[in-house]
Design a protein around this ligand. Structure first.
Ligand SMILES: Nc1nc2c(ncn2[C@@H]2O[C@H](COP(=O)(O)OP(=O)(O)OP(=O)(O)O)[C@@H](O)[C@H]2O)c(=O)[nH]1
Ligand SMILES: [Mg+2]
Length: 381
């Protein structure tokens, strides 16, 4: 007969052996349960935003050559015109050199026109990863019939008079509406869960020796950013009233512990105009595909503000993420040095040296008066 103590030792032995067998046979299990991962996810630093703890060292692969698996189910998404080719090449070459030649994530290019052969040739020459070129369905792109064109024209004329940037442009409005509510419905993205949006003419300043998609996946994050700032009031005069109307009608879609404090300084009465700069996004497509955001986008779209005003995809995504995600699910990618004119996030201190960044650390938007990062930080303090 076994004594109770022997039982305990036996059961413990079985658990420990199982853990080791799983760790060796399933890379993902091993990584997910490694001590530093658990420490990062469950303890963090008290009263500090989670990014301050840094990405655990076991996510890093500093050597050259293909990084060992696993990979996330993810792709880069680039919306572009044929005329954007040189700018896209500029961004994509840096993405390959700084990150993707080791990770080989596929690219999806989207356009309301057919991409030219020249475009496809110059893009595919830049990478060994899979590249797909998609055409946007007409009904996802162009101004819908039910928009009152007289009203839209008057509003554009007014904005031109008031020198609102892109205020007179219909294509720009199509683009903002498409990025807000349609890109994630393109059939080429159906198979993916995570995306990283890239725009023409941006800079990536640092070596990225870990996979940000896995950090999103393992940490249950749904939206990642590098720059945040204030929106121009003139482009969104009625946006917040519309959002409030939606919130009043759909309280059950809005979880507690969300990031409302990032977008409102008074518990939701007014919008403080903070938004994540959506020319850089690493996100979970399921955030946009889910019930809450789907209803939210439809509600906004029906109000016509993408055409009667000039609602941008940055405030629309940001408000959606801030309302429908938990604040811990929104991640600041502190170690990704990034520039889209005229602002840049340049990692500071250890993050700068770890990434061998080439941006000037003195030129950093983080706590500039026009940046909203302090409001993000404040969510956690
Ligand atoms: N296919 C297509 N893509 C577009 C169109 N307009 C803009 N884009 C893309 O949409 C994204 C945003 O457009 P941008 O012109 O960069 O807008 P922005 O970042 O607000 O303005 P900039 O400061 O000029 O960069 C980029 O990836 C563009 O390539 C368009 O009419 N058709
Ligand atoms: Mg741009």
């Amino acid at each position: 007969m076994m004594t109770p103590m022997r039982y305990v030792v036996l059961v413990l032995g079985i658990i420990i052996s199982l853990h080791f067998i799983l760790s060796f046979s399933h890379e993902e299990y091993g990584r997910a349960t490694s001590l530093s991962t658990i420490k990062n996810q469950f303890s963090g630093l008290a009263n500090q935003p989670p990014y301050k703890a840094g990405v655990p060292e076991d996510y890093y692969y500093h050597a050259n050559g293909t990084a060992p698996g696993p990979r996330a189910n993810a792709a880069f998404v680039i919306l572009a015109r044929n005329s954007d080719l040189n700018g896209v090449v500029f961004s994509m070459k840096q993405m390959e050199d700084r990150f993707n030649k080791k990770y080989q994530y596929p690219y999806v290019f989207l356009n309301e026109d057919d991409f030219t052969e020249d475009f496809k040739k110059r893009i595919t020459a830049l990478t060994d990863a899979k590249v797909e070129f998609g055409k946007i369905p007409r009904e996802h792109w162009f101004q819908p019939d039910w928009i009152d064109e007289d009203k839209a024209t008057k509003s554009r004329e007014n904005m031109v008079k008031n020198q609102v940037i892109y205020g007179g442009s219909v294509p720009y409005r199509n683009m903002c509406r498409y990025n807000s509510g349609f890109f994630y419905r393109h059939e080429l993205l159906d198979k993916y869960r995570y995306y990283w949006r890239i725009e023409p003419d941006v800079n990536f300043f640092c070596d990225l020796d870990y996979d940000p998609f896995l950090v999103m996946q393992d940490g249950n994050k749904v939206y990642g950013f590098t720059v945040s700032l204030y929106e121009y009031e003139a482009t969104i005069p009625t946006l917040w009233d519309t959002v409030k109307e939606f919130m009043e009608q759909n309280p059950d879609l809005i979880p507690s512990g969300n990031a409302l404090g990032f977008i409102s300084d008074d518990g939701g009465s007014t919008y403080n105009r903070c938004h994540f700069w959506s020319n850089f996004e690493i996100g979970d497509l399921d955030l946009w595909r889910g019930e809450a955001y789907t209803k939210f986008f439809d509600f906004l779209d029906k109000k016509g503000g993408f055409y009667y005003e000039r609602w941008g995809d940055a405030p629309v995504h940001s408000i959606g993420a801030a309302l429908f995600a938990k604040k811990e699910q929104i991640h600041f990618f502190n170690d990704i040095g990034y520039k889209h004119n005229p602002f840049q996030h340049c990692p500071q201190g250890d993050a700068h040296s770890k990434g061998k960044c080439w941006c000037d650390p003195g030129d950093n938007f983080d706590y500039h008066w026009y940046s909203c990062l302090a409001k993000y930080d404040k969510l956690f303090t």
